[in-house]
Write a protein that binds this ligand. Structure first.
Ligand code: ATP
Length: 218
């Protein structure tokens, strides 16, 4: 397996780039999707959250009332830490399970981790950063995601800066142009990825240390 991280600010185009890499044969392990999966109704994570925060965070069908939970942790740093201490290890375990599944293959495995700069992870062979100017990020979040501008700006302000992300990049995808502009860049990226060394088949995934959870995802 070849193992590389992919990151970028909210709405920068991580999913778009991941999809183009998947078309070329990459296996995508998407941290946000796993975060949603481990919080499906009836999951051990949801049970633990209800034990910690009370049944008011559950809807009648057992699904998480995300807004109720967000309201609790928004004003209470200890509650946010507790939330992260429940969710992050479960996400880490599932990511590692998927990595172990891949380690005896020759696949290019991409870990799509929105907060990779904020929570660095060891054991990667490189980091891809999807880069866009902040104003483009805001325009797309407003146009395609239904954000209002102030909310988009506030979320971006809570993440690492563009410069901080770029400082840790081994390969930068410039997504400031049209989707068509991505294609030649993804060709070059794929060439770089497939030229990296294969990791040993007994590769042990390294779980990142929890950071206390000051930074939040989308
Ligand atoms: P999130 O941080 O919310 O997970 P993301 O980084 O995965 O977002 P995408 O979902 O890939 O970003 O892109 C954000 C939005 O911008 C989507 O609606 C997508 O279709 C659109 N988009 C992505 N790239 C471009 C582009 N080059 N031109 C115009 N729109 C784009």
């Amino acid at each position: 397996m070849i193992l590389v991280g992919l990151t970028g600010g909210i709405g920068s185009g991580k999913s778009t780039v991941s999809a183009l890499l998947a078309e070329r044969g990459a296996v995508i392990i998407d941290a946000d999707a796993i975060t949603r999966e481990v919080q499906l109704p009836g999951s051990p994570v949801v049970k633990e959250l209800a034990d910690r925060f009370g049944a008011e965070i559950l809807a009648a069908d057992g699904s998480l009332e995300r807004q109720a939970l967000a309201n609790i942790v928004f004003t209470d740093p200890e509650a946010l830490k507790a939330l992260n201490a429940i969710v992050h290890p479960a996400v880490g375990r599932e990511m590692n399970r998927r990595l172990i599944e891949q380690r005896t293959t020759d696949h290019v495995v991409i870990l799509d981790i929105p907060l990779l700069t904020e929570n660095p992870r060891e054991g990667l062979q490189g980091r891809i950063v999807v880069d866009v100017p902040v104003e483009t990020q805001i325009r797309r979040l407003v146009a395609h995601r239904g954000f209002d501008e102030a909310d988009a700006r506030a979320r971006i302000a809570r993440q690492a800066t563009r410069e901080e992300r770029l400082a840790g990049a081994d390969f930068v995808v410039d997504n400031s142009g049209t989707p068509d502009d991505l294609s030649p860049q993804i060709d070059r990226l794929w060439e770089w990825l497939t030229g990296l060394d294969q990791l040993p088949a007994d590769y042990e995934p390294i779980t990142p240390k929890p950071n206390g959870g000051e930074k939040q995802s989308s």
